[in-house]
Design a protein around this ligand. Structure first.
Ligand SMILES: Nc1nc2cc3nc(NCCc4ccc(C(=O)O)cc4)[nH]c3cc2c(=O)[nH]1
Ligand SMILES: [Zn+2]
Length: 372
């Protein structure tokens, strides 16, 4: 089977476009990955997710190992078959979710033991078990098992955690083995400390990965601190491999990250906020729950081609949200995911055309408007 490759196709400043070629299809970068935590992008059919322009989804080791278990997904033909998504899937390795969701967690050199947030059953994840789970799921891009420290944290804690994650990265690589057609990405840690991030990048480069994630961010540090870190962290990673910023973010976070050399991102924000009535548009954010939309016949965003904007008024979307109708989650999720993919497509075209700075100016100007 052919190996997964990354080809850079254009560069404009630090921003670059490229293609990650996998046996299940190409991923156009910069790419945004919708999150399909429990083998579904909530409120979306897989064909609808594909229609938004997404080339790749994110799945979660932590959730799927608990329910329905990786072994059951494997017996049923793997995650792609199980969830009817035949394009690439990247799976997170479980460390971050365990620390944010599970109870009674115990972290040792070996790994993490914890109690399931679903039924209280006891489990353990180690680098080796995480690699086995992601292999059973059949994911195309596997993430190393790492530890993501909550910020703020003192420098010693950040250093210790990063060094543990680097030892786990080595164990992840050894357990992953040589799997043509599948990729293993390392995850840089080091908090907001430039020298620790440099040490992490060197350790990962020494081990050797198919791609490199900037981990340890979007954990409450705020956009300014995140951008300060992104002003140097991507440059510490190999230039010829994809760089993936985990857990990001709001539309302007995404644009700022691409401008600093990031190629891939994922975030629950567009889908989760769609279910809470928060709508992202070219002119800024609105909440459809607000009474001011009750009689508004306009679409959410006149420039959007999604089903919500093609066929429904804000008044209707306000009504079905207020009535807690299932179609509300469907239409608002689709719209938000479409808007995120349109941002990515816009950036890819602008970088290719050497006009990314102008595109960024237009993006920020458009969102500065008041009442949308
Ligand atoms: N393996 C690994 N995975 C990660 C996932 C992350 N996800 C984030 N941030 C997510 C922030 C986040 C959380 C919730 C919502 C919402 O509910 O809308 C939005 C954003 N930072 C992250 C860091 C890591 C990391 O170092 N290692
Ligand atoms: Zn729309």
């Amino acid at each position: 089977m052919a190996r997964i490759t990354f080809e850079k196709t254009a560069q404009d400043g630090k921003a670059r476009t490229g293609v990650i070629r996998t046996p299940r299809g190409d991923i156009r970068t910069p790419a945004f990955m919708p999150v399909g935590t429990a083998a579904t992008v909530k409120a979306m059919l897989p064909e609808s997710v594909a229609a938004t322009g997404a080339d790749v989804l994110l799945g979660n080791t932590y959730h799927l190992m608990l329910r329905p278990t990786a072994e059951r997904v494997d017996r049923l033909g793997g995650l792609h078959r199980f969830m009817n998504w035949e394009k690439p899937i990247l799976t997170d390795s479980g460390g971050f979710q365990v620390m944010s969701l599970a109870a009674l967690r115990k972290l040792t050199e070996r790994g993490v033991t914890f109690k399931s947030h679903i039924d209280g059953s006891k489990h353990e994840i180690t680098p080796e078990r995480s690699m086995e789970i992601q292999r059973l799921l059949g994911s195309d891009i596997v993430m190393c098992f790492d530890e993501c420290p909550a910020l703020p944290a003192d420098r010693d804690r950040i250093a210790e955690s990063m060094e543990l994650s680097m030892r786990w990265a080595k164990r992840s690589k050894e357990a992953f083995g040589d799997r043509p057609g599948h990729a293993l990405f390392g995850i840089q840690q080091g908090g907001l400390e430039e020298d620790l991030r440099q040490a992490s990048a060197e350790a990962l480069r020494e081990i050797g990965f198919d791609g490199y994630a900037v981990g340890g961010l979007a954990v409450g540090e705020g956009q300014e601190a995140m951008f300060d870190c992104l002003d140097y962290a991507p440059d510490q990673l190999p230039q010829d491999k994809p760089r993936y910023l985990m857990g990001v973010g709001k539309p302007d976070d995404i644009v700022g990250a691409v401008a600093r050399g990031i190629d891939m991102m994922d975030c629950v924000l567009p889908s989760r906020s769609g279910r809470t009535g928060q709508v992202f548009t070219r002119h800024g954010v609105l909440n459809i729950k607000n009474a001011r939309h009750m009689d508004d016949p306009r679409p959410l965003d006149e420039a959007c081609r999604c089903p919500a904007c093609r066929s429904y008024s804000r008044a209707y979307l306000h009504h079905v949200f207020r009535s807690q109708e299932i179609i509300s989650a469907m239409l608002l999720t689709w719209h938000n995911l479409q808007y995120y993919q349109d941002i990515m497509a816009g950036m890819r075209a602008a970088i290719t055309g050497g006009r990314f700075a102008a595109w960024q100016a237009e993006f920020h100007a458009g969102r500065a408007q008041g009442d949308i």
